[in-house]
Design a protein around this ligand. Structure first.
Ligand SMILES: [Zn+2]
Ligand SMILES: [Zn+2]
Length: 261
């Protein structure tokens, strides 16, 4: 049997151009029509409108730090086994919020690819780059998962892990209480947020051998107080993980709202 005839690349390109002309795509974040040269689901203006965390930053928590400052107020609120935290942009201003909204609430799962591409490029201390062995998403509460149909943190974790060439596992942290939800915490004080999620996560016995001694990266779309990430890290360490780092696309800017212990 002869091999199927190949379609010439020029014809493929012509067909793609015709489809793009007939069905122009709109940006998932701002709904502006995408230009022909813009790949992905989000327009260049929205990506450029993301407010990056400025340099210099604390080597550990990634928080912007004025030159000459040697003690970081944010690091004090991280458990000792948390090695590093990195985020791509501030939340609450610019394009970052629109992009997260498109992913979480408007069903644009593919937006996670562009976000993960940027997360994978973030700068880490050399030991984190060398040691990171597994990428783990913050689990979504079951009722949120049913309503949304997918876990946005898992979509990011899978894509970031693939870009780093290491595995992602969504089953190594499980929620023990369904009623507590990170997204429902917006009206709580930082201290209440920490209490709200403390003990909310557990790592099941069947993953313990794999986790023992590992450096695990926990992924979420946004960090506000780090209470949820800290609770996840606590569960991982209880299961034998040695070191944990966090990576998020967005970071809340307000001082009193971050890294509550
Ligand atoms: Zn846009
Ligand atoms: Zn710090």
């Amino acid at each position: 049997m002869s091999a199927p005839a190949r379609v010439p690349a020029s014809l493929t390109r012509a067909w793609e151009a015709a489809v793009a002309f007939a069905f122009p795509l709109a940006c998932a974040a701002c709904e502006r029509l995408l230009a022909a040269h813009e790949s992905g689901l989000v327009c260049g203006a929205c990506w450029n409108d993301c407010r990056r965390l400025p340099a210099p930053q604390c080597d550990r928590c990634g928080h912007p730090q004025p030159p000459g400052v040697t003690t970081c107020q944010w690091c004090a609120h991280l458990p000792p086994y948390v090695r590093a935290v990195r985020s791509w942009c501030w939340m609450g201003e610019g394009g970052g919020g629109r992009i997260v909204h498109a992913l979480k609430y408007r069903g644009w799962h593919g937006v996670a690819e562009g976000m993960a591409e940027r997360l994978a490029r973030l700068d880490w201390p050399p030991d984190v780059r060398r040691e990171r062995a597994l990428v783990v998403p913050v689990p979504l509460a079951p009722d949120r998962l049913r309503a949304r149909g997918f876990n946005q943190a898992e979509a990011l974790a899978v894509s970031v892990a693939a870009r780093w060439g290491i595995p992602a596992r969504a089953d190594v942290i499980q929620r023990t209480r369904g009623g507590t939800r990170a997204e429902s915490q917006t009206r709580l004080t930082p201290t209440d947020r920490a209490g709200n999620v403390k003990g909310c996560f557990v790592s099941p016995d069947f993953v313990r051998a794999e986790l023992r001694g590992a450096h695990v990266i926990v992924v979420d779309d946004v960090v506000t107080t780090a209470a949820t990430l800290n609770a996840c890290a606590e569960a991982l360490v209880a299961a034998g993980v040695r070191i944990v780092s966090y990576v998020t696309f967005g970071r809340a800017r307000a001082i009193r709202d971050r890294f509550a212990s």
